[in-house]
Design a protein around this ligand. Structure first.
Ligand SMILES: C[S@@+](CC[C@H](N)C(=O)[O-])C[C@H]1O[C@@H](n2cnc3c(N)ncnc32)[C@H](O)[C@@H]1O
Length: 325
């Protein structure tokens, strides 16, 4: 049995990672952390002002990825949304904001609890997917609005709860996104923020990374998209960012979920079209490189899991914080 299945068996759906804190504790727990890090908008290497913007900073780039994102990645984030709505107080009639909603996983889960949800994103085609979703629940309401999560065109003190799942991490300035969420929450309102754990715990990134490595010498030099996906993968860093935005009772929970699928060929052909950095890479590949990547990925899954169903384990961090009354 390969490491892939071992990961799936090790699934532990709701493992508390850090106990509630008013401010971050001192000792770093992640490998490679020095214990000191700059806090706030220059927290992430890829965000330096003189660096070119990551492809994820572009709404058009996400629009291009929206179909593949819906087909695959949304299933990966959905169970985290089910957890997220249980980690904040959402009741019938609660006003809830979803920032960087994508296919609306958090918005739908909140509406299922009877909330009136505003789902926002800077990609119009993502919002169309939310509007057309057959999964919109019969209770609650979901409205959509096109806006940048770093400059919400919304009144202050308007929402009982807000979530941003696997979205804030892609903002050029996540601290600014958090400050905006804080501003629009009512006093006592709660925010829930999800990010990916380090790549070693996010099997999809590792498997895709391994398949790309097999072609590596033939591929153009570029920064690994993994560094971006996981730029907020430290519980301590995430906690500090939340506290700096003004949140209190901040705590981070580590969650793992298994995502399954049947059609490994389709998956292997589409996976690099799910997210802008991978899409950039995909577009730079020759037909032979794409075919080589697809072969390597299919081989990797078949070797581990035979004829399927195929399973990928993902570990994320979910941070919760409350705005002072
Ligand atoms: C990885 S998807 C996550 C979607 C969804 N929240 C989920 O959990 O599946 C990232 C989403 O963030 C959106 N996004 C990225 N930067 C944004 C920004 N500055 N303002 C608003 N939305 C943004 C993208 O359009 C995309 O829909």
């Amino acid at each position: 049995m390969g490491r892939f299945m071992r990961g799936a068996e090790e699934r532990h759906p709701s493992v508390p990672h850090e106990s509630p804190t008013e401010s971050p504790t001192e000792s770093p727990t992640e490998p490679g952390e020095s214990g000191q890090f700059p806090v706030g908008e220059r927290d992430h290497g890829w965000l330096d002002a003189d660096e070119p913007a990551a492809p994820e900073a572009s709404a058009d780039a996400w629009t291009t990825c929206s179909s593949a994102y819906q087909a695959f990645a949304a299933g990966l984030t959905r169970p985290f949304a089910w957890d997220a709505v249980r980690l904040v107080r959402i009741e019938t009639g609660s006003r809830v904001l979803d920032v960087a909603t994508g296919t609306g996983e958090f918005a739908i889960a909140a509406a299922e609890r009877g909330a009136d949800v505003l789902a926002t994103d800077f990609s119009a085609s993502m919002l169309e997917l939310v509007e057309r979703s057959p999964r919109r629940p019969p209770i609650g309401t979901i409205r959509t609005a096109l806006m940048d999560g770093q400059a919400l065109a919304l009144d202050s003190h308007a929402f009982d709860a807000a979530g941003s799942l696997f979205g804030l991490v892609f903002f050029p300035n996540p601290a600014r996104g958090l400050a905006e969420i804080y501003r629009v929450l009512k006093p006592g309102g709660q925010a829930v923020i999800a990010t990916w754990a380090i790549p070693a715990h996010v099997e999809l990134m590792r498997i895709v990374g391994d398949a790309l490595m097999q072609l590596d010498s033939q591929l153009p030099e570029r920064e690994s998209p993994q560094s971006l996906w996981t730029s907020l993968s430290s519980p301590r860093r995430l906690t500090q960012l939340m506290c700096d935005a003004g949140f209190r009772s901040v705590h981070v929970v580590a969650l793992a979920h298994v995502w399954t699928f049947e059609h490994v060929d389709l998956f292997a052909r589409s996976v690099l079209q799910m997210t802008p950095s991978w899409m950039d890479l995909y577009r730079s590949m020759t037909a032979a490189q794409k075919a080589g990547f697809t072969r390597a990925l299919v081989h990797s899954f078949r070797e581990r899991q035979g004829n399927g169903p195929y399973a990928v384990t993902a570990q994320g961090l979910v941070a919760v914080g409350t705005k002072d009354r």
